[in-house]
Ligand binder design. Sequence first.
Ligand code: SF4
Ligand code: SF4
Ligand code: SF4
Length: 268
Amino acid sequence: MLDAAFILAGLAVAAGLLFAGVARAPRKPRPDADRIDALLPQTQCGRCGYSACRPYAEAIVRGEADINQCPPGGDRGVRALAELLGRKPKPLNPKHGTAPGQPTVAWIDEAACIGCTRCIQVCPVDAILGAAKQMHTVIRTECTGCELCIEPCPVNCIHMRAAPEDACAQPPLNQNPLLATWRYGSQSRGRHARKADLARERYQHRTDRLAREHLERQQRQKRKKVMPRRDLDSIDKKTVIQAALTQARRRQAAMASKRKAAITTRSE
Ligand code: SF4
Ligand code: SF4
Ligand code: SF4
């Protein structure tokens, strides 16, 4: 009986110690897509394996992506994410590429451009201006240097050039203006952080526009299914022919009646 009491008391003490240990262990910060996204460079290049920065941030939250998959962010970006998430920093995963040496922006050789619009269609931040069969140009202050427009160009007239001082959302990694100084919620947000915010906004704006256009296309197709164009054409033709025949008959009847009236007058 005494033994059982000792065993129970021992178990209670052990459970208490365990509970106290758990309570004292430092809590890992809860991952949050907004805070992670705020540390990403917003190049929207997809090198992390996701379509853009926000989906990568969400994948980190879900535990599907690691913190070292963003080459434009470089090792400093990995460290910033590690600090935010209470994890150990690790080297950039070379599978996703290496950190760019200096910020670049796209430049279009306008004389060679054939106006096929392929580059506009892939630019994640709508930084290219142009129309079908017209010359295209890059708005260099909006270009993030993602390089996504290079490959689709059929005449290879898009080239990456060193970004002018004020023209790129990518942080120049050597000078470290964004990731080493800027943390979510801190006051020390530099010029590059504001440009990253702009790139995020433009990416979001484009995503919303594409979603809206997709919905409108679907609605148009739905309407076509309800009343196919062929039927519309045939209804229109039938209606027009019927109306023309009715009008011709009325005219004939009116002329016949006039003729009859004239003959009657003459015979009187
Ligand atoms: S900058 Fe490119 S690689 Fe980095 S998170 Fe954004 S889309 Fe992914
Ligand atoms: S213009 Fe700039 S932002 Fe747009 S696809 Fe080309 S490199 Fe990317
Ligand atoms: S993809 Fe090349 S050729 Fe086509 S519009 Fe863009 S720059 Fe001009």
